[in-house]
Ligand binder design. Sequence first.
Ligand SMILES: [Zn+2]
Ligand SMILES: [Zn+2]
Length: 239
Amino acid sequence: MELSLTVLGSSGSYPGPGRACSSYLVEGGGVRVWVDAGSGSLANLQRHVALSEVDAVIISHEHADHWQDIEGFAIGCHLLLRLPPIPIYAPAGLRGRMQGPAGAFLWNDVTDDDRIRIGGLEVSFHRTDHGPETLAMRFDRGGRALGYSADSGPGWSLEALGRGLDLALCEATYLADREGTLQHLSARQAGVSARAAGAGRLVITHLQPGVDPERARAEAEAAFGAPVEVAIEGLRIEL
Ligand SMILES: [Zn+2]
Ligand SMILES: [Zn+2]
């Protein structure tokens, strides 16, 4: 196993019943990275790793459904466990929103086209079509690649992450009947995007509460042309 994805939060925009907002654990190259930290995800994170085992945090953008649980994480790590500061990578706009203890994190601003290395994991960032600066990500390790759309409207495509994605994790906020109502993708559009990128496998996520996952899956599959999985808390995929 070179690279793995564990879903910690799959709900879009606000938490659904028993579901957390956007959050994932990406492991590979000897490191564990907490990617997005929507509300409810800190509880789920600890089902898989201890707080002291998180090597870095990456936040895609400053919308509340993607970062709020770093507040509790900072209190736990810094004030209670007294861990050394943890590297965090995020668009510059996020810093000013954080209320928690200064010193919990080592802040690193990232922007479009940036590439970083965390342990043996390579991460590249690509700005999407969304409100505040929002960064999609590509994770590479040992010839395996995972792409994550973060949030995006249809003006951006997973193609921007490059060829060779073994797995595309793509937002699908609603069904095709709501296309164009928000700067988000429908399940159909997620399928179109993943197909255009030539992704080997597609997992859709960020479904808003009330969106029927089976209808979303069917819509995405028809556009992608292959089976699609719907993200749910606890889903783990090894690449
Ligand atoms: Zn969102
Ligand atoms: Zn957003």
